[in-house]
Design a protein around this ligand. Sequence first.
Ligand code: FE
Ligand code: CA
Length: 473
Amino acid sequence: ASGSPRPDGMVLWTRLAPDPLQGGGMGEAPVDVQWEVARDEGFARIAARGRATATAALAHSVHVEVQGLAPGRPYWYRFTALGARSPVGRTRTAPAEGDAAPQPLRFAFASCQQYEQGYYAAYRDMAMQPLDFVVHLGDYIYESSWGSRHVRHHQGGIPTQLGEFRDRYALYKTDPHLQAAHAAFPWLVTWDDHEVANDYTDDVSPRSIDPAQFLAIRAAAYQAWYEHMPVPASMRPTGAAATIYGRHRFGRMLDVFLLDGRQYRSHHACLAGRSASPLADCADRLAPERSFLGAKQEAWLANELAAPPARWTVIAQPTLLAEADRKRGPEHGYWMDGWDGYAASRTRLLDGLAANQARGGDALVISGDVHAFWAADLRREPQGPAVATEFVGGAITSEGPSAAGVANMLAKNEHLRYGRGDKRGYAQMALDARGCTVEFRAVDDEKAEDAAVVPMARFAVERGAPGVHLEST
Ligand code: FE
Ligand code: CA
């Protein structure tokens, strides 16, 4: 796998694991790993090469930070260790920072790939597309078994120990289509809740007994995440803490702000004394001190959004940003694990995006988590103009909401312009100097290994005019 592309390089990742589902099978000794980067698929023109050491402390994973490459072009890479050679991966550097003529970009975004609930036909389709990069918005693994009509199975129960999390990642990564999508493009990755525990907020999990116990689980989960993701050493956890949010620049065309919506957030509002009810409403959810991102990440993002913008700003973050009244009938009800439980934090983010737009950068928000496709106008007031545009790219496999639930949300929230919960899949976004197009791609049947993947809806967003334009379904 490769990730975090920059104009002069990227992260290359591999893990030595001959017995992947039972600890890896590598023992305790460090192993010398050679890596090569070439300008061509046949490795006739080597651009960079070097050595890294795979150690037991990191499950014999390797994170190489390649430097000195040329901007905006493809490269191929491979690893050699213990007399064995890896398959060849393809990756791509980001465009030059001061590119005189910003090039169009195309990328995919995906989330929520519960392994038991379906096959990864979406990744088979993604790997064949002409993409510059992929963004993963979280729920890369699931800690728990749930949902109906499983087509394959987790081994073991809910992981709490490092070894158990390692084996869960290894199981997901045995999937050939997921491997193909990693080997085809560099990825940007953030996490959501299921990489650790459902609906956790900072140091509290609904499932856990006390924060100290939960933080030990979180430390193990974050460690295994790092060991299995193509991310730089700067994201390596220290105990239960890891800094994974950041800006990824693609020339003057695009800044991607990848956010961490779990590690720093305030605990759930309006649920005190209740057994994690999905819908609630109370004044506390509006409290200004509540934060989805935490004070430090919020301040960092506000500062970044105040800087001269690229033509497009993409906020890549786990879950639906738009307000969503989900309750049937005239009363209001909101899902406290989403941004609606952090309304003031959302307002501060939308204020930043509005200021960004006023300076000539157009903002798009891409989201996952809710296992449905949505397109939304993001407004600061209910009847106000859109200041940004949001797209939620479905789930690779995870079960979605009922048709009645989606219809109710569309009826009660007019800024939600499109919603589909019955199909699994992912989204592609294409950006150029004039506009943005988004295509939602749907898996015909995630329970079928050879399922077709087809375009389901296309949208456009014009430069300088935020808001959803539905082009076709
Ligand atoms: Fe999910
Ligand atoms: Ca959840």
